[in-house]
Ligand binder design. Sequence first.
Ligand SMILES: [Zn+2]
Length: 464
Amino acid sequence: MRIQVLGAAGEVTGSCYLVETFKARVLVEFGLHQGGAHTEAKNRRIPKPIDPASLDAVVLTHAHLDHSGRLPMLPRAGFVGPVYATPATIELCDILLRDSAYLQEMDAQRTTKRRMRRGRGPVKPLYTTADVEQLLPRFKHAPYDTPTQVAPGITARWIDAGHILGSASVQLTIEDKGARKTVVFSGDIGPRGAPLLRDPRTFDRADLVLLESTYGDRDHPPIEASIEKLAQICNDARTPEGKVLIPSFAVGRTQQLVYFLGRLRDSGKLDSPRVVVDSPMATSATALYKRHRDLFDDDCWAIIDAGDGCLDFPGLRFTRDAKESMALNKSGDGLVVISAAGMCTGGRILHHLKHGLWREETHIVFVGYQAEGTLGRRLVEGAKSVRVMGEPIRVRAQVHTLNGFSAHAGQTELVEWLATLRDSGPRVLLTHGEDPQREALSAKIDEQLMLKAELPEWGHTVEL
Ligand SMILES: [Zn+2]
């Protein structure tokens, strides 16, 4: 049997692995490459070793697009099998993949216009909503802790990864020509003690581990300091013209913020806060989180048992309508607006920034990573003037960065996660991290667990 690394090798996006035995072929993840060099070209080409028509199944760890975002390309390329994922992941994929298709279509339209003006031909989107609709019925439920046969001789088990709703690490038990091997895919591992979700779990044996290394070189600062700071900013903004704008990813981070704002209100640190989640996708994702409250952790259940909601409090509302969203521009008095996109690359946050950035009374709070080249990054770096929706705007707002929020485990937690597999003497491959991060993690693993972790390049193949 062999396992091939076909993405997220020395980078954090484009996760993809091919598992082949004498009688089966399973793809694990098929994620989009995001940012970085030659992204477009890398996404358009289905890697040579993958023959979609011959795949028995796809196994998915979670819904984030860097893990799921190329799946809609498969049916058109001849794939007819099932895609196994946890029930919450399947519902999140419905939201995220439709949105991704819409963005691909818009992108292709814009590029086509530009090309036509130069006398060149049109371009097709990477995939369309119709492709997503072809894919969605292929999803099959794989609940946590329930071994599921996904292909002849290959059984998979999903366990909680504590990263986003429905996220999992997956263990494949593979039988081939009388041999039996265990391969563990960590997926993205969440930090311990994160709100709402249960802590990540791990397996007790593996012959091969593919471990993520996004933050392999560091531990995150404690979240408590960021929450205190958030309360202070919200209280400082309680002036007639004051407002707090929080650019946030729609899935995961927005729900964490709502949770923390609710707890700050309960503990009296925020006096009757007014909070608006202004993003149709975040609104749908929050409703989905609430429907899957069976996946919440004990702290959250204690709140529910006491008769309150984890994602509800007086003063919190959600907007879908664009007119309602526009009307928020006129409000002040410390109104907190949580809106996407998280790096200010599009979405409703742009019109809030256009109306708020030039005012001293506005507070902009960044709670997530800001990639190079984004408006978010320019603001974090202290730009005095920026362009928003084509208009130059003076930045007079107060810009804050809170570093304590993370959906990923830090170095210490990654090593501890791997430690439970150590006694089975696995080969370890570090993926889903840039080289400085995985090199640092590899050194730490060597020092603490005396295991030699490998740093695979694209196309690297392991024979078991
Ligand atoms: Zn993820």
